[in-house]
Ligand binder design. Structure first.
Ligand SMILES: Cc1ncc(COP(=O)(O)O)c(C=O)c1O
Length: 392
């Protein structure tokens, strides 16, 4: 026995995992090959693939967990919350959050940020009604169901943007109930952006003193701050909370996102939890400690100039795709300032080959920064070679 309190020398060896068997290793290798191939051929979903996070590989050896609130002290210290705070501060600045009155965290994705924004709205305006357009992402109906919030769907215009006249008329009939507007800053199918200045104008016109606006900027939140003209979508334009998907415009090997809200509102619903020595402000308890490093790495390695250049590149390629398709006789179009090019539904084999999201007779290609003109040309060839009328 040494100088310890018991028989420390008899410390049993920890259980070691077995090395993988040859068939298991083969299975992983096959999966890796298939993942490479599938990643190469997808054009229809808004996910960037142009990233390299070798600098971060060592962190996968540690159980990083950003448990609790990123801005409060915590007993748990195997975390990346200092990096998370820098990421959130970067977005607060570029989303023009009010000075000293913002709060946020890195989420698991856009859906969680939307859930958070709606939750906050419900706590502030328990009698409120949520208004959202027909083109809103499918997860929002589920979120509203979780939260048990009253809601009304507003018509969309043909380009996917909310129909402001329908919104005005619907609000007019319920002037005694606080409105909660769920605005789309880039709809899933056509990347249409609801204009917050117009929405705010309608709310002002009807003198709603109690109201809440949430911006679902899943795709565009990482691009819009760096675009000219700048879309009306952020805090300075009237948003009370904003949700962004980190794996979309920024790119990440693991889904992630950012949510930001006005701190004065968040403070009204925060609860202190002694078990973690922290505040229970976030939707989930355990939170990813790796993805804040990913977002931080992108911010540091590209900088604002790099982010701008990357978006200009994507917009140029979207312009190329739209024009090339039209020259080829395909009725392609896109919303102003959008990297999503919409065209009539393609044949099933083309949809499968390029993983093209398709709904309501429309397909789209999303010219994320990694999409090349050669891929666009190859897609056009496939569309022309496989007219929809032909039986698959
Ligand atoms: C407009 C919009 N909102 C929300 C989401 C959900 O985001 P996530 O997949 O990051 O949860 C998406 C996803 O495509 C979207 O397009």
């Amino acid at each position: 026995m040494g100088g310890g309190y018991g028989d420390a020398a008899a410390d049993p060896a920890p259980v070691q995992p077995m090395a993988l068997s040859a068939p298991d290793k083969k299975r992983l290798q096959e999966f890796l090959d298939a993942t490479r191939e599938n990643t190469e051929s997808f054009l229809g979903y808004p996910v960037s693939k142009d990233f390299a996070f070798e600098d971060l590989m060592e962190f996968l050896k540690y159980p990083l967990n950003n448990l609790g609130d990123p801005f409060s002290d915590s007993t748990w210290r195997v975390d990346s919350r200092a990096f998370e705070r820098e990421v959130i501060t970067f977005f607060a600045e570029h989303l023009r959050a009010p000075a000293n009155d913002w709060w946020g965290y890195v989420t698991n994705g856009g859906t969680e940020g939307n859930l958070y924004g709606l939750y906050l709205a419900r706590e502030l305006l328990p009698k409120g009604i949520v208004y959202y357009s027909q083109d809103t992402h499918y997860s929002v109906a589920k979120n509203l169901h979780f939260l048990g919030m009253r809601h009304i769907m507003i018509r969309s215009q043909a380009n996917g943007e909310i129909d402001y006249d329908d919104l005005r008329e619907t609000l007019r009939a319920r002037r005694d109930i606080p409105p909660i507007i769920f605005a789309n800053i880039g709809t899933t199918m056509t990347e249409a952006k609801d204009d917050l200045k117009k929405i705010k104008g309608i709310l002002d016109e009807m003198a709603f003193s109690q109201r809440y606006i949430h911006s679902d900027a899943a795709l565009c939140g990482g691009m819009a701050p760096f675009m000219e003209p700048r879309p009306a979508f952020d805090f300075a334009d009237g948003a009370d909370s904003i949700s962004i998907s980190g794996h979309k415009s920024f790119g990440s090997p693991i889904p992630c996102g950012i949510v930001l809200a006005r701190k004065c509102n968040v403070d009204r619903i925060a609860r202190s939890i002694s078990y973690i020595g922290n505040l229970d402000t976030t939707i989930t308890g355990s939170r990813n400690g790796f993805t804040p490093l990913v977002l931080w790495h992108t911010i540091k390695s590209l900088g604002v100039d790099g982010l701008k250049a990357r978006i200009d590149h994507a917009l140029d390629n979207a312009g190329y795709a739209e024009t090339a398709m039209r020259h080829a006789g395909i009725e392609a179009w896109r919303n102003p300032g959008a990297i999503t090019v919409v065209f009539p539904q393609v044949a099933e084999c083309v949809k499968q080959k390029w993983q093209l999201a398709t709904a309501n007779g429309q397909s789209h290609v999303i010219c994320m920064p990694n999409v090349t003109r050669a891929q666009v040309d190859a897609l056009i060839e496939d569309i022309l070679a496989n007219p929809v009328e032909s039986k698959q």
